[in-house]
Design a protein around this ligand. Structure first.
Ligand SMILES: C[S@@+](CC[C@H](N)C(=O)[O-])C[C@H]1O[C@@H](n2cnc3c(N)ncnc32)[C@H](O)[C@@H]1O
Length: 275
């Protein structure tokens, strides 16, 4: 396979993909997705790419580093949250109205269940109650609609077709004026206008894979009065991060002349950005 005009053997690429996926929680991730992240990584890390052209590449510390870094990117982007959701069971539960139980199945919504009402109260005390919400990389967050405390039109965009299907089922069963659509935000930023745009737990992953310029493009392109971006304050092992603030985002907003307020709730740091 040609990467930056260097020919890396297909065997090495296959071995890397299979080693990356050896962690149980990453085994369901599609090979094509792992390969995509691997290629991006190797294009940016030329020293590692050079080492992979030499002998015994699979025994090198560069190999180990590549496996570790890509695992961490995948966890951020597609990790635990796509795992563990039994979509067949979840659809049945949606039909039975057991919405909170479905949100319990998803790593991102689970810790918010107890705080959703206070969370939305806090957000809307800054933004005002929205008439239109756009939720990007939504996961199952739109299932929290009934905790919003208002009835906005709700647009959700998500890469996972399973999530999209589940959300649309929920909207239909609950008579909500909402629509979920499958979209790869890294390639398509054609989005409707909104009062509030949620970017919950997506920006760390996008920054890692597509760089801070892409995050800036996303933030500046989105046609919303307010953006609410959230970040985990816990490490993968569950300990509190020593420096949870995302100073890069704070500085970006300052440079763009956007207002920014932050607060923490249930191991999550929220930034409410006014455009
Ligand atoms: C950490 S989860 C957060 C889910 C949700 N925002 C929440 O906090 O409850 C990240 C989500 O982003 C989605 N995602 C990752 N890359 C994406 C892309 N390029 N376009 C759209 N969604 C993406 C994943 O499928 C996953 O559902």
């Amino acid at each position: 396979m040609l990467i930056n005009n260097k020919n890396i053997s297909d065997e090495l690429i296959s071995k890397l993909i299979s080693d990356i996926k050896k962690k149980k929680e990453l085994s369901p991730v599609k090979d094509s997705l792992v390969q995509e992240e691997l290629l991006k990584f190797l294009k940016q890390n030329t020293k590692i790419l050079e080492r992979f052209l030499k002998e015994k590449a699979e025994k090198s510390k560069e190999y180990e580093l590549a496996v570790k870094t890509i695992r961490s990117t995948l966890r951020k982007l597609h990790g635990a949250f796509v795992m563990g959701v039994d979509y067949k069971k979840a659809s049945e539960m949606i039909s039975q109205g057991k919405i909170d139980e479905v949100m319990q199945m998803h790593e991102s919504t689970k810790p918010r269940i107890c705080v959703y009402q206070s969370l939305y109260k806090r957000i809307f005390s800054i933004t005002g109650k929205p008439e239109v919400i756009v939720d990007l990389g939504s996961g199952l967050n739109p299932l929290s609609y009934n905790h919003l405390g208002c009835k906005p039109k709700y647009y959700a965009y998500e890469l996972s077709a399973n999530d999209v299907q589940l959300i649309n089922l929920f909207f239909k069963k609950s008579g909500i004026d909402g629509k979920a659509e499958q979209k790869d935000l890294q390639n398509d930023l054609d989005l409707p206008k909104s009062d509030v745009c949620f970017m919950f737990k997506i920006l760390d992953g996008f920054k890692m894979t597509s760089g801070p310029k892409f995050v800036e493009k996303l933030i500046t392109t989105v046609d919303a009065k307010f953006i609410v971006a959230s970040f985990s304050t816990a490490t993968i092992s569950g300990k509190r991060m020593r420096y949870p603030r995302r100073l890069w985002l704070e500085k970006m907003c300052e440079r763009l002349n956007y207002s920014i307020e932050r607060f923490e709730m249930a191991d999550e740091l929220y930034y409410v950005i006014g455009k």
